[in-house]
Design a binder for this molecule. Structure first.
Ligand SMILES: Nc1ncnc2c1ncn2[C@@H]1O[C@H](COP(=O)(O)OP(=O)(O)OP(=O)(O)O)[C@@H](O)[C@H]1O
Length: 608
């Protein structure tokens, strides 16, 4: 029952969505469907009238004019549904397209408003994957069910009224004959349906194994490691397992449906017996007998088809529900109502005041990943954050960018609590380059240009000089030959770049952005030491006046930073300039010396 309640709720939402998209089209399609459901009975009634009239004419008291009229009606009753059907198919296609665009736009719009914390949560990712399982087809298919319901209801109501007018018992027999359909459907037909559509695990594994033959990097490994047979066997086994499940379920279905047909036949004979008796005793004419037979069988077929579609709609509603859940998502991090508006023209003073943090988790509390963090970054300072993997460096940056709010403590920007500053203003002041930076399949010019988009949401007009300077500072100009070169190998004339080249382009984007606070989270991991050195020296020279926060594992690049923060297990264990920390001669100095020694050793090996 709960399933149907949910299904009903989701169906209402999807119908409302259709209504909001184009109500005129929706009403028109609805009327077409009702017409198609009812008009078929016009064929039955006119045909039975023709038969009766022929008999009457043979007996000498029929009218030829009536025969002609009924023949025209019969012709129209065939012609009209065909025409309406074609027009309806056309408008339904248009309506689906309109809604498909609107659904996608609505989804993208909602996603664009979400905060990064929500986007990186596993619950959101699961929701997204589940919604995408059927694409927006789930919502549209649910609407199809609604339209088809109109046809089916029109058909059921018309057939019941015809049967009722002929003999009340016909309705009783028809209903009893159709009664077990749902039970059999739920038990057997649904099983096949479920296996067919929801053997997702088998299908995922099959697709994954096939991808090893199709994707370049994977295919190379398949050949070199000779994995062909091993992978092929897996594909075959999963396909066989899927097929065997289907065959077993189909067999059960065929047997059970045969049993159900006997039940139907029982009531069909009862109905035929009843009507034949009526015809023999003169209760109805021969045409009436024909009408009863065709209406009776049509009623059963309609019920059968309709119940099949309920099951399908039930499944579609589960996936459509995910779409509406996506639409209802609200960002967790938002600007306060009276948030302070600041145009950050100058780099601000940043203060962390006893900040502790644990990642939000719906399933329970997670451990603190940052504890009692306090430090100050003066405007224009170059700050380096160092520490081993998992020490909390990126998390600290996420708090500064307000991707998350601290669990305890506060962050102040120019003395104002970050939570009180308008989120958009603060984000406009930041230029962030994370380790997993995105690769834009655009031209080189656009790839750099997206670093600073215009207020109207468009790419900036060509600012050639500035663009080229950014490429120069990042070292990207070494490989750029044409700024209009498309970075997209799958397209004619498009090229791909090496990892390091992609990284230089991403750094160029940051230079181009020229934000008041630039944050670089290991942006040079794939870049060779020489280029890295070059990037950081230009960074220091050219982002003069701007605040720069740099996360890196290479200690040699942080030597010139105004201050270095060393994190361990989410706590600051050392804090100061390179000189100060070397003089302190503790953890930082040890790590620095260790890296320097390794560097010197490798230099010696190379020299030898
Ligand atoms: N989204 C998340 N949800 C839950 N825990 C997370 C999440 N991101 C990171 N963590 C955990 O927080 C801790 C700190 O991670 P963080 O990424 O800040 O470390 P890091 O110092 O930047 O590491 P690395 O040098 O490897 O990039 C780790 O224990 C990590 O598992």
């Amino acid at each position: 029952m709960k399933n149907y309640k949910n299904m009903f709720g989701v169906a209402i939402k999807s119908i409302d969505f259709a209504w909001q998209t184009n109500r005129r089209l929706m009403i028109m399609i609805m009327l077409f469907h009702i017409f198609q459901g009812a008009v078929v009975y016009l064929q039955f009634t006119s045909f039975s009238s023709i038969v009766d009239e022929i008999i009457k004419i043979k007996q000498g008291h029929g009218r030829t004019s009536e025969l002609v009229t009924q023949s025209v009606v019969l012709g129209l009753s065939f012609l009209l549904p065909l025409m309406v059907g074609n027009i309806n198919t056309h408008y339904r296609m248009i309506f689906r397209m309109q809604q498909s665009v609107r659904l996608e736009m609505y989804k993208i719009e909602r996603q664009g408003k979400l905060d990064i914390g929500t986007i990186e949560s596993s619950s959101y990712q699961n929701l997204l994957r589940s919604a995408q399982e059927w694409g927006n087809g789930s919502v549209l298919n649910l609407q199809d069910f609604f339209f088809n319901s109109a046809t089916n209801f029109a058909s059921i109501i018309t057939s019941i009224s015809i049967l009722w007018s002929l003999n009340h018992w016909l309705v009783v027999f028809a209903v009893l004959a159709a009664a077990p359909v749902y039970f059999f459907y739920k038990k057997y037909s649904m099983e096949v349906f479920r296996i067919r559509y929801f053997s997702i695990n088998d299908q995922r594994i099959i697709n994954n194994r096939i991808s090893h033959f199709e994707e370049l990097q994977k295919a190379v490994d398949v050949i070199l490691l000779k994995l062909q047979t091993w992978l092929k066997d897996q594909i075959r086994d999963h396909k066989m397992s899927y097929n065997n499940k289907i065959i077993a379920a189909e067999r059960k279905k065929a047997i059970s449906y045969s049993i159900m047909s006997l039940w139907y036949l029982l009531f069909l004979f009862a109905a035929i017996g009843l009507m034949t008796r009526e015809a023999l005793t003169g209760g109805i004419a021969v045409g009436g007998l024909l009408l009863a037979f065709s209406t009776y069988t049509r009623f059963y077929q309609t019920i059968n088809g309709y119940i099949e579609s309920i099951g399908y709609a039930e499944e579609a509603s589960r996936y459509a529900a995910r779409w509406f859940e996506l639409f209802a998502l609200q960002p967790r991090i938002v600007s306060k109502e009276n948030a302070v508006r600041i145009a950050f023209k100058e780099p601000p003073l940043i203060e962390f005041d006893n900040v502790s943090f644990r990642y939000p988790n719906e399933e329970g509390e997670t451990p603190f990943v940052l504890q009692h963090i306090s430090f100050t970054i003066k405007p224009g300072e170059k700050v380096a954050i160092v520490g081993v993997n998992g020490s909390g460096k990126t998390t600290l940056i996420k708090l500064l960018c307000r991707i998350y709010d601290p669990t305890e403590g506060n962050i102040y920007v120019n003395g104002i609590n970050l939570k009180d500053i308008h989120l958009e203003d603060w984000q406009s002041a930041l230029g962030i380059l994370f380790q997993d930076f995105p690769v834009y399949n655009l031209t080189i010019r656009e790839s750099i240009g997206v670093g600073r988009i215009e207020d109207n949401g468009q790419l900036p007009a060509q600012k050639e000089e500035r663009l080229q300077r950014a490429a120069q500072y990042s070292g990207a100009d070494d490989f750029i030959k044409d700024y209009d070169q498309l970075i997209w190998k799958e397209f004619a004339g498009g090229i791909d770049l090496s990892k390091g080249q992609h990284q230089r382009l991403a750094v160029a984007r940051m230079f181009y952005r020229n934000a008041a606070v630039t944050i670089l989270d290991e942006p040079t991991a794939s870049i060779d030491a020489v280029t890295e050195e070059k990037i950081f020296s230009t960074l220091e020279q050219n982002l003069q006046g701007n605040t720069v926060i740099l996360i890196t594992h290479r200690f040699s690049t942080v030597k010139n930073a105004d201050q270095i923060i060393l994190l361990e297990h989410g706590r600051i264990i050392e804090y100061g300039s390179h000189r100060e920390l070397m003089l302190l001669d503790k953890q930082y100095a040890a790590l620095y010396n260790m890296q320097a020694k390794r560097y010197l050793e490798s230099e010696e090996v190379r020299d030898r």
